[in-house]
Each structure stands twice: as C-alpha cells, then as structure tokens.
Design a binder for this molecule. Structure first.
Ligand code: PGA
Length: 248
C-alpha cells in the first residue's frame, strides 16, 4: 500500500515571519500519521520553517534547486544547501518554472538526477495545456515529459520519488480536473512507468494530482486508485490545508 502524500506548494507567497505564523496556525490541523505532509516553501523561508515544524509530522520541501554543486551561478541554490538546511523534498519542473523560466526537459532531467544524488526526494511535475487536451494529445505529451525527465534514473530511485500530475489549465483557476480525468492520467503515468521499468516500480511510485485541490474535492480525488495525494497551491496557505490533509 502506498502512503498518501499531501504537499503544499506555497509558490512566491509568505515572508519569513508570515511563514512561521502559518506553520503555527496549521500545526494542530495537519496532524495525520496516515499521510506524509510536506510544505514546499520559498528558499528564504526554508530555515525558519524547518525550525517551526521541528518535532511535528511536517517535512520541509523546496520549490526548485540547481543541479550544480556550487560555484558561479548567481541566484541559484544547490541540492547540498537544501539538504543541510533540513529539506527532504524538492519540486522539479513545475509548469510555472517550465513556462516563465524556460526550464526544459534536459535541464529538469539533470535536476532530478542531482536531487537523488544529494539525498532529496524529487516531486516531478508534468501536465498538459488546455490546447493539448483539446487536441487529444494529453497522454502523448505527458509520456514525453516523464520519459525525458527520467533518462538515467534507476527503478529503485523511481520507487522513492513522487510524480505530480498537474493539468496547467487547472492550476490556480479554480477549475479542477474531474475525478475521472485526474485518475485517467495518473493511471496513464503509472502505466508509462511500468513500461519504462517494471510492475513493482509502477506499483511503488507515488503519483499526486494538483490543480485547484481544495477541502471540498480532496476526498474524492484521493480515493482514486492511482491518486496518492495532492500538490496543493492556493489552499495550502490557509487553514483549509488541514482539511485536505485530514481528508477522510
Ligand atoms: P493550485 O496550484 O492548487 O493553486 O491550483 C497547484 C500547483 O500549482 O501546484
């Protein structure tokens, strides 16, 4: 049985002091040993959030990282820095990074491999645009993303990682994919992993749905056989996140 994992993606929200206040507000609401709970926070919030969640069931995640170990990469943050600060998870390839910051699959593949090398668990994001969905190429596109981003990644690593399916048209729009649409693609991703690796790897990898997850739709989404939790943007910044974590 795969353990559910619910991760908040705070995006570019919360100053360090606001971040600590949010951790305090959520502390009792997100207690649920049946679910892995992660706060993926802006880089500057990592240290204070790691301190604020110490001794709780919450793990800290980053929203991005660079693949080089150190050196002249102004503005970037290495996997080693994240690990030293207490980070366990890192979001890689969110559609906002792919789109606004032009991160391509070749770069994301390097980041995924580096995350594993450093001891971080990647949350690899994939997802189609509305145009792609309407053209009927959703699964072709997502299979291409997964295959490109996982070049050189071993079965044992894939078993440990998290893949987040986030249809771009559902992110921040209040327009959630239907349960059927979300399950269909998450199952398609699992089938793709089975083809690339083997049945045991496909059975082990955790696949989240993301895109306007909220307190009202989490239970139905997370009850699907191939949906192992959610990557939550807007609703992770308020008390509602507790209801998503305690969806049952
Ligand atoms: P949303 O964002 O929940 O606000 O739609 C999800 C995400 O981008 O990870």
């Amino acid at each position: 049985m795969r353990k559910k994992i619910v991760a908040g993606n705070w995006k570019m929200n919360m100053t360090p002091s606001q971040a600590v206040a949010l951790c305090d507000e959520l502390k009792d609401l997100v207690k649920n040993d049946e679910v892995d709970v992660v706060y993926c926070v802006p880089a500057i919030d990592i240290v204070p959030v790691a301190e604020a969640v110490k001794g709780t069931n919450v793990c800290v995640g980053a929203e991005n990282m660079y693949f080089e170990e150190k050196g002249a990469y102004t503005g970037e943050i290495s996997a080693e820095m994240l690990v030293d600060a207490g980070v366990k998870y890192v979001i890689i390839g969110h559609s906002e990074r792919r789109d606004y910051f032009k991160e391509d699959d070749e770069l994301l593949n390097k980041k995924v491999k580096k995350a594993f090398y450093a001891g971080l668990t990647p949350i690899l994001c994939c997802g189609e645009t509305l145009e792609q969905r309407e053209m009927g190429v959703t699964m072709d596109w997502i299979r291409l993303q997964i295959k490109s981003d996982l070049v050189g990644v071993t079965a044992d690593q894939v078993k440990e990682m998290v893949i987040a399916y986030e249809p771009i048209w559902a992110i921040g729009t209040g327009k959630t994919a239907t349960t059927e649409q979300a399950e269909e693609v998450c199952k398609g991703i699992r089938d793709c992993i089975a083809e690339m690796y083997d049945a045991a790897t496909a059975e082990a990898v955790r696949i989240q749905y993301g895109g306007s997850v909220n307190a009202g739709n989490a239970a139905e989404l997370f009850a699907q056989p191939d949906i192992d939790g959610g990557l939550v943007g807007g609703a992770s910044l308020k008390a509602d996140f507790g209801k998503i974590v305690c969806y049952k």
